[in-house]
Design a protein around this ligand. Structure first.
Ligand SMILES: Cc1cc2nc3c(=O)[nH]c(=O)nc-3n(C[C@H](O)[C@H](O)[C@H](O)COP(=O)(O)OP(=O)(O)OC[C@H]3O[C@@H](n4cnc5c(N)ncnc54)[C@H](O)[C@@H]3O)c2cc1C
Length: 392
């Protein structure tokens, strides 16, 4: 793979809106990605392997629980810093950002928000350093966009719960130490349970042959009469709103992360367009290529503004789930379009692992589907503005 020469576009001088802390956090993550992710990621993606050696570093740059309070081992940062970290990590690879998002928003967040003090103290500090890795089990073979229909369930057996069912498409599952699993009780109400690797009847087979997010491990969670200690139930929130609250946090991070992938594709294509000569001119001197680049930087700038504003709203506790849906949907679609155009601009070279573009493009095919598909987020916006749910 080519050396990482990335230079971040900032067409509307958005750095002026950031605090010194935001810039420090962002620059540290950017430097870490250049040093630790860029040189190895293509190789790991080609081999369909997650680079476990970067886990400690991810913890050090605040990639695990950036907004979790410091007393639980988190970085205690605000939502803009969280977003900037996701942007930088996904600039390196969406699969690495997925590991970071899952750990932060889908494992640490529910333990912090819905767990009790013992659970927080037991799990959060180890999750923050990466000493412990978690995964989040919501999706099932027959319930993806409609998770409320889940059939995974647990029964109260007096001194423990008995868990049965299966989850699929679970990021980090093959190597996770714990899983936050969403399951129905005997009354059909959804609760979160912390299931630990090693519990009898709990297995995590890996999902192979992915063309996308190849540097992220994906798997199933199978529960065959798993005895879960009662103290592993998250006591402070139940119902579908509990997992959806986690998804709000993760989707917000994805909205920023997608900008990172788009920036990397744009930057690569821009540099290539100045170097590649055809018909005695750099291809960047042709109008058709300039149109692509001009549209890319316009869309990136719009996405940056949208996401920055959303971060301010989240810091103020005012961001709605529907606003987050809009940003996730818009920014991932924007990044995917940019990746496809950037790929074309590199001609044949665009399909090789010499450049990051094709990997971003393939990764984004998962990002546009997980955490609510492109269509589902559109329906959320549609419902928000009309008041009519069009899901059924
Ligand atoms: C790589 C990867 C990692 C993932 N990681 C996790 C994870 O860590 N944890 C987890 O719980 N899940 C995870 N997922 C699952 C992901 O969230 C689901 O794939 C996603 O929610 C979509 O569900 P589905 O694949 O079952 O598609 P379906 O729900 O079957 O949807 C198929 C198509 O139908 C459309 N559709 C569905 N309902 C409607 C409707 N009402 N109106 C119009 N169109 C509709 C969808 O938009 C989609 O285009 C992951 C997925 C992938 C690919």
């Amino acid at each position: 793979m080519k050396p990482d020469l990335f230079q971040a576009p900032d067409y509307y001088l958005l750095d002026d809106l950031l605090t010194e802390e935001h810039k420090l956090v962002r620059d540290a993550a950017r430097a870490w990605v250049k040093k630790e992710v860029s040189p190895i990621i293509e190789d790991y993606a080609q081999r369909a392997e997650f680079p476990t050696q970067i886990v400690k570093g991810l913890g050090e740059i605040g990639g695990f629980g950036p907004y979790i309070p410091v007393e639980y081992g988190g970085a205690g940062l605000d939502q803009i810093s969280y977003g900037l970290i996701m942007q930088e990590i996904e600039r390196g690879d969406s699969g690495v950002r997925s590991t970071s998002s899952v750990q932060s928003s889908l494992v640490m967040y529910p333990i912090w928000k819905y767990g009790n003090e013992e659970q927080r103290m037991k799990y959060l500090p180890k999750l923050a350093t990466g000493e412990m890795i978690g995964c989040f089990g919501l999706t099932e073979p027959d319930f993806g966009s409609n998770p409320g229909g889940m059939v995974t369930n647990f029964k109260d057996k007096g001194d423990h719960y008995l868990l049965n069912g299966a989850k699929m498409w679970i990021s980090n599952a093959p190597f996770a130490d714990i899983a936050v699993v969403w399951a129905k009780d005997e009354r059909g109400r959804i609760h979160g349970l912390i299931v630990e690797r090693g519990m009898e009847g709990f297995t995590t087979p890996e999902t192979h042959n992915k063309w996308s997010l190849r540097a992220s491990a994906t798997g199933e969670l199978i529960f065959d009469n798993v005895k879960v200690p009662k103290e592993n139930l998250l006591p402070n929130k139940s119902g579908l709103g509990a997992p959806l609250g986690c998804l709000d946090s993760a989707r917000y991070g994805i909205a920023w992360g997608a900008i990172g992938a788009a920036m990397d594709c744009y930057d690569t294509a821009l540099r290539y367009s100045k170097e590649r000569i055809q018909f005695d001119k750099p291809i960047g001197a042709f109008q058709l290529q300039q149109k692509k680049l001009a549209e890319m930087i316009t869309e990136i700038t719009k996405a940056q503004l949208l996401t920055w504003r959303l971060g301010v709203l989240r810091n103020e506790g005012k961001a709605t789930s529907a606003q987050i849906s809009m940003a996730k949907r818009n920014n991932v679609d924007m990044a995917l379009t940019i990746a496809r155009d950037a790929r074309q601009m590199l001609g044949g070279m665009g399909i090789t692992g010499e450049y990051s573009i094709m990997r971003h493009m393939m990764n984004l095919e998962s990002v546009v589907t997980y955490e609510g598909t492109h269509d589902i987020h559109l329906l959320i916006t549609g419902m928000d503005v009309t008041g009519f749910p069009a899901f059924k």
